[in-house]
Design a protein. Structure first.
Length: 522
């Protein structure tokens, strides 16, 4: 590069002109009164005078000193030109502070951070944001070690401190990735369009933040700021959203459930929340109301779903409000209610029954179907027994062997073709025994799955004996024993004598057979 290519501010100063050979003698100085400060002006150039020379004598110009002056000026010019080249390189490449990445200088570090700040501005333009002091984008450097001395940066920048509506605790920085690429002997960074997470993050341990020419910061040096408050939701809002704010649980740890003929629902979570939504879509409680958030899960036959159920929410006994977007079982449902609401109930309607679970306490209503709220409604059995059995028809009897296999004991509620047969109260359940029988020399009876009701009985753990009854139809038999819905254990006995449903055949088991049944609590 020639000196003509340099900008004017980097050109060396012009050398001084040759001094006049014989300047006029200087007059004797005449003292004058002080006139106050005067406008500064550049006096005409005069060569230096020899020490001790009279004021009216001709000045002496020392030739050797002039030669040294010219050499010094030339050296200054070279330094100025060099400084111009070096200073321009620093201005273009290091912005005053050199940072390194994997052993190479980072080009335009200030521009990298400015790009990050532009990304942040676009991201928060339409959402509430609280900014702390020294809110900028920063390079992340190790807090100690050789890499810290060399200003070795990580492949990411942190912008903050700031808090968005969803920010929690000490999450005060947006984190952007940096994509490096070679640029000669340097490395250039491209800032990612979006942050690693749309939520603010906590600074990792072992790093400090710095900007070109600035001091190093730790997370603690920025101080703590409070998250902004989202705009209020509409009055009586009822929405389905992907996320909610900090929760205060309103239900016991165990997930309560209720079920009807078409299936049931589990109340997985219920909580009071400060806001719902994210970023610009976040909303806080409407004026004079509070927000209740809850999540639901289907419980029932395989293939069922929440949309199969007649569900809603009733506030203070008011008519049901349908639950929005039940097809998204992972979403939070949030409803705005009066702060002093005495009841906010999840309601399930099925057949002729209405059941409720409080969203304020997680407690089921007293008239809910007890057995369908249980988690454990089945006892798996592996019982095989050979029993003598006598068939009597029109006074004629024949004895043979019955081979019975018992596989399950189930607690149920709805029976019949359309669930029209139910126990005497919601606190009761039907106990049904699944069995299969074959008979020696009676092939017509092979494969039977039910015995006459009079041959079965159940004694509870507290000693109460309960008989069986047939709740089947004219086309099939279905023998059950009505028991308390919270039954946990007892003994089932097969034996005695009873007519078959047709009323024409009597079956007699002369050797009663008993076996235990146990359902896990809950």
């Amino acid at each position: 590069m020639s000196s003509s290519d340099l900008p004017p501010q980097w050109l060396p100063p012009a050398l001084p002109q040759e001094p006049p050979s014989a300047p006029a003698p200087m007059p004797d100085p005449t003292p004058t009164a002080w006139q106050g400060p005067q406008q500064l002006s550049q006096p005409p150039w005069h060569p230096p005078m020899a020490l001790g020379a009279p004021l009216d004598s001709t000045p002496v110009v020392p030739r050797r000193r002039r030669r040294r002056l010219l050499v010094a000026v030339a050296a200054v010019a070279v330094l100025v030109i060099g400084a111009g080249l070096t200073g321009g390189w620093l201005l273009l490449h290091c912005d005053g502070t050199r940072y390194n990445y994997q052993g190479k200088p980072v080009s335009h570090p200030a521009q990298v951070l400015a790009t990050g700040e532009a990304r942040v501005a676009a991201l928060v333009a339409h959402q509430p944001v609280a900014r702390g002091r020294d809110d900028h984008c920063y390079f992340a450097l190790p807090s100690s070690g050789p890499a810290a001395t060399r200003r070795t940066v990580s492949s990411g920048i942190y912008c903050g401190p700031m808090k968005l509506v969803n920010s929690e605790n000490d999450d005060q920085f947006l984190h952007y990735y940096l994509s490096p690429k070679p640029a000669g002997k340097n490395v250039e960074f491209t800032v990612s369009d979006n942050p690693v997470s749309s939520d603010t993050e906590t600074l990792p341990d072992g790093i400090v933040l710095q900007r070109p020419g600035g001091a190093k910061h730790t997370a603690a040096s920025f101080g703590m700021i409070s998250a902004p408050i989202a705009p209020p939701a509409d009055q009586n809002a009822f929405v389905s959203v992907d996320r909610v704010g900090t929760q205060t649980s309103l239900k016991p740890p165990a997930a309560p459930q209720m079920a009807g003929y078409d299936g049931g629902v589990i109340l997985e979570t219920a909580a009071s929340v400060g806001y719902y939504g994210h970023a610009g879509d976040a909303r806080s409680a409407p004026a004079g109301q509070r927000l209740i958030a809850f999540t639901l899960k289907y419980h029932g036959p395989n293939g069922g779903k929440l949309t199969d159920l007649d569900l809603g929410v009733s506030v203070n006994g008011a008519p049901l409000q349908p639950i929005p977007d039940l097809s998204d079982s992972y979403a939070e449902k949030v409803i705005a209610v009066p702060p002093a609401a005495s009841s906010v109930n999840l309601v399930l309607r099925s057949k002729a029954t209405t059941q409720e679970i409080s969203l304020l306490t997680g407690k089921p209503a007293a008239n809910n179907i007890v057995v369908l709220a249980r988690q454990n409604q089945r006892d798996t059995l592996t019982i095989a027994k050979d029993l003598p059995i006598t068939f009597t028809v029109n006074g004629n009897s024949a004895t043979t062997t019955m081979h019975v296999k018992i596989t399950e004991a189930d607690l149920e509620y709805y029976e019949g073709d359309d669930g029209e047969k139910v126990p005497a109260s919601s606190a009761k359940a039907y106990l049904h025994i699944r069995m299969r029988m074959t008979f020696d020399n009676v092939p017509a009876a092979d494969g039977a799955t039910e015995l006459p009701a009079g041959l079965l009985s159940f004694k509870s753990r507290d000693g109460i004996t309960m008989p069986a009854r047939d709740v089947g139809t004219d086309e099939y038999n279905y023998v059950v024993i009505e028991v308390p819905g919270l039954t946990e254990a007892g003994t089932l006995t097969i034996g005695g004598s009873a007519l078959a449903p047709s009323g024409q055949v009597r079956l007699t088991l002369p050797q009663p057979f008993s076996f235990p049944i146990e359902f896990a609590p809950g």
